[in-house]
Design a protein around this ligand. Structure first.
Ligand code: PMP
Length: 466
């Protein structure tokens, strides 16, 4: 098969074809050595990359000891170098760390505990449809989780077709990358894929403020069209795979409701709803522990990773037993590192921290505060278009300096670089790359927020927001 060349660049990516002239000798050496051994396949952030050597809470430190405020980390959710996670990992490493084909306490303890976050009573949502998640399989990444989830959906439904949003990112395996339009034309999309645009309606940028009923009606119609296309193509509908915060589509939390309607329509079309919680899970959205709970959606399979082990690689797929039984009747699933005791202890320690530090409530309060302060500070500036957020997942749309409201990716990049110059780390998302993305560790403190707002206030004075 001939693959079309067409590389889609990541927002805020370092350009390997340029030699930055402001690097220290150490940075230049490390960059050269990195290029020699890693090539240019794996991206780096920033025109002037950052050499991180340690971290603490929501802070990263470079080799010179510079303190960067990390507003972009959905892995170190309970803080960089978290002591409780470290202790759990060290303790388990000193005992044993082998695969799950022996009987072990750690995987069972954690599985039972994780499934406890799927009861209808958990969080702020009480929806009887949320019952029934009674099984879990462990992976090492979000990509593996989505890959397994898609395989389960196919076997259970007997169909092949998959529906995603039109700028979705779900990961890097062959299957999952073929249903991730975010990669651009260099990664061919699967013939059994149908995509749905949600960003125009949910961002409100081109459609204005719409009532919830109109949002649901329009999106439902688009999903129905996708189902029809897949049925007509002979693929049927195995799954609708949705990131529950629509991070790569531009951070689109939307109001609760429309995903629930899509779930219902998916079931009517014979498919399953896979909630991709790699970004939105583990209290991130502040209103419920999982994004699909925030949306009151009747999901069938839930995939997760990223924050689950605070940096220790661990992911999972949670599902209802008939779905897993269908796969078990034709094959087995064993993953050498999946569910290993060290990862399980790290994941357990993350849940401890989320509970003990009340991070679900904190994510909501802090996310609301950041957005309110941003709006108060930037509301009248020409470049500021709007904020969207759920908990500590925040998108800020940046427009042209003339106040025309035209999305401006270059303007967004300038703001990202100016914040980096002030030692504050964020990035961008969305098809045009014009939405600033802020997603700090859940332990982001009042002092961290003050520092962020002070930097933005200084940048406003310097005219960076028009
Ligand atoms: N799903 C979503 C929504 C993601 O954002 C990502 C990672 N950015 C993945 C899946 C893949 O996760 P991983 O990088 O751990 O494979």
């Amino acid at each position: 098969m001939k693959i079309a060349k067409g590389r889609n660049t990541l927002a805020n990516a370092f350009d390997f074809s340029k030699e930055p002239d402001d690097l220290t000798q150490d940075e230049a050496d490390l960059l050269r050595r990195r290029k020699n051994v890693l090539g240019t396949l794996g991206p780096l952030f920033y025109d002037h990359p950052i050499h991180v050597v340690r971290g603490s809470e929501a802070h990263l430190f470079d080799a010179a000891g510079t303190d960067y405020l990390d507003c972009y980390n959905n892995v170190a959710c309970v803080g960089h170098a978290n002591e409780h996670v470290r202790e759990a990992v060290a303790d388990q490493l000193a005992k044993q760390d082998t695969h799950s084909r022996y009987l072990q306490d750690e995987i069972i303890d954690y599985a039972e505990r994780l499934l406890g976050y799927f009861t209808p009573a958990y969080g702020s949502v009480a929806n009887p449809h949320l019952c029934g998640f009674d099984r879990v399989s462990f992976t090492n990444s979000g990509s593996e989780s989505n890959d397994l989830a898609l395989r389960m959906a196919r076997v259970y439904t007997g169909a092949q077709g998959v529906v995603v949003t039109d700028y979705a990112y779900h990961g890097i395996t062959s299957l999952v990358s073929s249903v991730s339009p975010n990669f651009g034309t260099g990664v061919p999309l699967a013939p059994f894929l149908a995509t749905v645009r949600v960003s125009d309606v949910l961002s409100g940028l081109s459609t204005g403020a719409m009532g919830d009923e109109d949002v649901t009606r329009i999106l439902l119609q688009r999903f129905e069209e996708a189902f029809e296309k897949l049925h007509n193509g002979g693929f049927g509908v195995s799954a609708v795979l949705l990131d529950q915060i629509f991070s790569s589509d531009g951070v689109l939390p939307g109001n609760a409701g429309w995903v629930a309607a899509v779930a219902q329509a998916t079931h009517d079309a014979g498919g399953l709803l896979i909630a991709d919680e790699v970004q939105s899970g583990f209290a991130r959205t502040g209103e419920a522990f999982w994004g699909f709970q925030r949306h009151h959606a009747d999901a069938d399979i839930v995939s997760m990773g990223k924050p689950m082990g605070n940096g220790i690689p661990v992911g999972a797929v949670v599902y209802k037993s008939p779905i897993g039984d269908a796969l078990a009747s034709c094959t087995r699933y064993f993953n050498t590192f999946g569910g290993n005791p060290v990862s399980m202890r790290a994941a357990g320690a993350v849940l401890d921290e989320i509970e003990h530090r009340d991070l679900l409530r904190h994510a909501k309060a802090m996310g609301d505060r950041i957005c309110a302060d941003m709006e108060a500070l930037l509301g009248e500036t020409p470049r500021f278009l709007m904020t969207r957020h759920a908990g500590l997942f925040i998108g800020i749309d940046i427009g042209a300096a003339d106040g025309s409201g035209v999305p401006d990716a270059l303007g967004a990049r300038k703001i990202i670089s100016a914040l980096r110059d002030r030692n504050i780390l964020i990035s961008a998302s969305g098809a045009s790359g014009s939405s600033l993305k802020l997603r700090p560790p859940l332990v982001f403190s009042d002092a961290d927020e003050d520092r962020l707002m002070q930097a933005v206030a200084d940048m406003k004075k310097e005219g960076l927001f028009g």
